[in-house]
Ligand binder design. Structure first.
Ligand code: NAI
Ligand code: MG
Length: 337
């Protein structure tokens, strides 16, 4: 890996990928993904620090040079941050200008899943809602949170959802909301996304997000693309992880207009960090989304198919009932590339 945040390749030949492993199992699964990326293409990797350990060492969870690197690199691969996660991942998503977080949740053949028929994609609003950062402690007794929903962010998400379903051949999408209670905020969200669908001629229906939680457990096949406000997308995608075999399987892409940040949905997994047994699949599948964002669909398909083949045939890490290490699984993926 090379050092420094100024080795940008805009307009050059080799895409620059910022690599931010972070804390815990981020330090185990991100190097695995770098090895896999190295095997499928020609990329320049620039590593940077963030997270709890960085906070301890430098006094900042997200140093300015890491933010600047993510803001300028062609794409960023991120692992996870611990207790400082909100101070790391929210600004990093902002650094790449991300307005949508794509979270596919799919059951894979050979993996023991509660609902093997699950095949969903969450499109999560990525800039506002209750994660907009307006939280106050007014008195010892009272704390408040201001939920922000804008027509502009909802419209941008709605437009993205329309393009997404058209490009990928889906019949339409479902908007998950709670506008029966949050009439102004989720009312604006729902109506704006639906208006974009109507303008684009895309089929869209709606579901109350609490009812969705039940329906998706009982019959996940009735959904495919689910458009959600920020917090709902965070919670419901973790719920879907439970249906398909766990957090070790869910990748995500934070998409911005010019660049993206790619990360597993999971966190630092302190219960297994350092044991070398984290499932690298979520991060490897995030790497597949990363190379696709750079226009290399072939490399993305290669990674995906190698990961799926290893999930089907083994070796498997303990979260999937196996005894393999992160390295065993990564080597098996590399051998199939
Ligand atoms: P977590 O996702 O780290 O772990 C939840 C459970 O899933 C644990 O039992 C863990 O062992 C398991 N798990 C997660 N990823 C796995 C993998 N790749 N292979 C095998 N098992 C895996 O969530 P938790 O425990 O709620 O949070 C731990 C820390 O991570 C917290 O400090 C939290 O703030 C942080 N976090 C950071 C995120 C980020 O940086 N984007 C996202 C979520 C949590
Ligand atoms: Mg989460």
């Amino acid at each position: 890996m090379t050092e420094g945040a100024n080795t940008v390749t805009d307009g050059g030949d080799v895409p620059e990928i910022a690599v931010i492993p972070g804390d815990g199992i981020g330090q185990e699964v991100v190097p695995a993904a770098v090895d896999v990326l190295d095997a499928v293409g020609d990329y320049e990797f620039t590593e940077a620090e963030a997270g709890d350990a960085t906070l301890d060492e430098t006094g900042e969870a997200l140093p300015a040079e890491t933010y600047d690197l993510a803001a300028s690199a062609d794409a960023t691969l991120f692992g996870a941050a611990g207790e400082s996660a909100a101070d790391v991942i929210l600004p990093l998503r902002e650094a790449v200008g991300s307005f949508v977080n794509i979270r596919p949740a799919r059951a894979y053949p050979g993996v023991d899943a509660l609902r093997p028929e699950t095949d969903l994609v969450f499109l999560r609003e990525n800039t506002e809602g209750v994660y907009a950062g307006h939280e106050d402690r007014l008195t010892d007794d009272v704390s408040t949170l201001t939920r922000v929903v804008t027509q502009s962010a909802s419209r941008r998400l709605g437009q993205f959802a329309c393009e997404f379903v058209e490009e990928r051949g889906y019949d339409g999408f479902t908007v998950a909301h709670k506008a029966n209670v949050m009439r102004e905020t989720d009312g604006l969200f729902r109506d704006t996304v639906l208006a974009e669908a109507e303008a684009a001629g895309v089929d869209a229906d709606t579901v109350l997000m609490d009812a969705f939680a039940t329906h998706v457990c009982l019959d996940p096949e009735q959904f495919d693309v689910v458009v959600c406000p920020n917090l709902a997308g965070d919670v419901l995608s973790d719920l879907a992880a439970g249906l398909v075999g766990g957090l070790g399987l869910l990748p995500s892409a934070n998409v911005g207009p010019e660049r993206g940040l790619f990360e597993p949905v999971h966190g630092t997994a302190p219960d297994i960090a350092g044991d070398g047994v984290a499932n690298p699949s979520a991060t490897l599948l995030s790497a597949a989304m990363l190379v696709e964002s750079l226009g290399d669909d072939e490399a993305g398909a290669q990674i995906r198919s190698a990961v799926e083949s290893v999930l089907s045939d083994g070796p498997r890490t303990p979260d999937l009932g196996g005894e393999a290490t992160t390295e065993d699984v990564t080597d098996a993926v590399l051998a199939r590339l």
